[in-house]
Design a protein around this ligand. Structure first.
Ligand SMILES: N[C@@H](CCC(=O)N[C@@H](CS)C(=O)NCC(=O)O)C(=O)O
Length: 77
């Protein structure tokens, strides 16, 4: 499964997701900082439909909303 998290570091909702990832010791999620990489920002808008973070791409399918992402992470440790 390919997992990509679109985020930026100062976003509090992203930090919540990152904290859960950290507590799980996950190394299977590639981070995409949309404030550091314009191509990543464009990908988020094109595929996801909006420039909101955090957004977790699960095999290319975007999931918005930090709580939904956290729930998914907990269900898929
Ligand atoms: N309800 C969302 C809120 C996310 C949110 O507001 N993220 C901000 C950054 S901290 C954002 O991307 N704002 C731009 C936008 O919503 O278009 C969540 O919990 O994930």
């Amino acid at each position: 499964m390919k997992l990509d998290l679109y985020m930026f570091p100062s976003c509090p909702y992203c930090r919540r997701v990152l904290a859960v990832m950290d507590s799980q010791g996950r190394k299977d999620i590639t981070l995409h900082n949309i404030h550091a990489n314009e191509q990543d920002r464009q990908t988020l808008i094109r595929v996801g439909g909006k420039e909101q973070v955090p957004c977790l791409f699960i095999d290319g399918t975007p999931m918005y909303e930090s709580q939904d992402i956290i729930d998914w992470l907990v269900r898929h440790p």
